[in-house]
Ligand binder design. Structure first.
Ligand code: SF4
Length: 367
């Protein structure tokens, strides 16, 4: 079967795991150990050109230049907020726009990455939902967001490292399950980027069978659940996925999820004025989540023109947080970042709709 990431007979090396890279190199008539060398360049060093692969023979580098790509994304826009948040718009080889965001917080630098072009889940408060689902991202396109961001940082903030990764950009990661799992394996491999699983979080709206499957994987990122309501009536309205997997079923899967010691599930709760921010919501939430090792992230809604909601007042947000804390839930307020740069997920890509399609890049090694 032809892999979906092969286009015009050229393969994106960033999609390949170590064994696949060794097989690819053997098919080029080279010994398997060259595959490991190549893999270290591609996933460990994040090489951007064939020329820098100094320990590979020239003939192999020429064959690679002829038959392979070193990532397929192009960074075509970077917005920098007053608070230091950087939002990258990247273009795929078929001219689709996706987003990735770098969020500094002291020493910590978290990258939020996309897993799909658009999204099919139709959450009513989300700008990405307005795009619909165009397609899944392949594993190379997922990891390439990290490598492109690293290359950007090396230019604009040398020495600054990405410390944490969240699959919380465009798309529902567990809807693109196999590609996301492969990307996790690529990013956490000790010969590659070697990111710690403990510093990677996958955020889901609650695709219950996929959560159950994730619990059986050998790669186990942190889990975040986008909850956003304290009862099915409201969640059905703002998150259609709830009509299939209601709150009881979702929390049943979370309670059964095999958490490692001292790890907690994060529940994300976007606060929408008059929709899910009452004291009754706070009380129901505390009852629902009682007994689950978890924390609650309260996120005041990031306004965008496509949705009819309002961010609660600072007083209402504080009252809600105090109430859930009083009822025993560790609750943290996530202040909106990048307010001045199309910060809501999907806004930047939404703007790209109608923009000229970027031509397929025929040679690797350029951001
Ligand atoms: S919130 Fe996430 S799952 Fe829901 S529509 Fe937006 S991107 Fe998709």
């Amino acid at each position: 079967m032809v892999a979906p990431w092969v286009v015009d007979d050229r393969i994106d090396l960033r999609t390949l795991d170590l064994a696949e890279t060794e097989a690819f190199v053997r098919a080029l008539g080279q010994p398997a150990y060259r595959g490991e060398q190549l893999w270290r360049w591609v996933h460990g060093a994040g090489a951007r050109t064939w020329d820098e692969m100094s320990n590979l023979p020239k003939a192999l580098r020429e064959a690679l230049a002829d038959q392979a790509e070193l990532g397929t994304l192009t960074v075509d826009q970077v917005q920098t907020s007053r608070d230091g948040t950087r939002k990258l718009r990247l273009t795929t080889r078929d001219g689709r726009a996706i987003e990735s965001v770098l969020i500094p917080d002291g020493e910590k630098l978290t990258q939020c990455i996309s897993s799909q072009v658009g999204c099919a889940l139709d959450c009513q408060f989300c700008a990405t939902a307005k795009l619909g689902l165009a397609r899944h991202l392949d594993p190379g396109e997922i990891v390439d967001q990290v490598y492109r961001a690293r290359a950007l940082l090396a230019e604009v903030e040398p020495g600054r490292r990405i410390t944490n990764l969240v699959y919380m950009g465009m798309g529902e990661p567990l809807h693109n399950y196999d590609n996301v799992i492969k990307s996790l394996r690529l990013l956490t491999h000790e010969l590659g980027a070697n990111l710690s699983q403990r510093r990677i979080t996958v955020s889901t709206v609650g695709l219950v069978p996929a959560i159950e499957k994730l619990g059986r994987e050998d790669v186990r990122p942190n889990l975040a659940v986008s909850l956003n309501a304290s009862c099915d009536e409201v969640r059905d309205q703002i998150m259609p996925v709830n009509r299939k997997y209601d709150i009881a079923r979702l929390l049943g899967a979370i309670r059964a999820y095999p958490l490692e010691r001292r790890r907690r599930v994060t529940f994300e709760y976007v606060l929408l004025a008059g929709v899910n921010d009452t004291m009754d919501d706070a009380a129901r939430l505390a009852r629902l989540l009682g007994g689950i090792p978890c924390k609650l992230n309260l996120i005041p809604w990031n306004p965008h023109p496509e949705a009819p909601y309002q961010r609660p007042s600072p007083e209402a947000i504080e009252a809600f947080q105090n109430q859930v804390k009083r009822l025993g839930l560790p609750a943290y307020l996530r202040t909106p970042r990048g307010d001045d740069i199309d910060a809501a997920c999907g806004q930047l890509a939404n703007r790209a709709q109608g923009a000229p399609v970027v031509p397929l890049r025929r040679r690797a090694g350029r951001a």
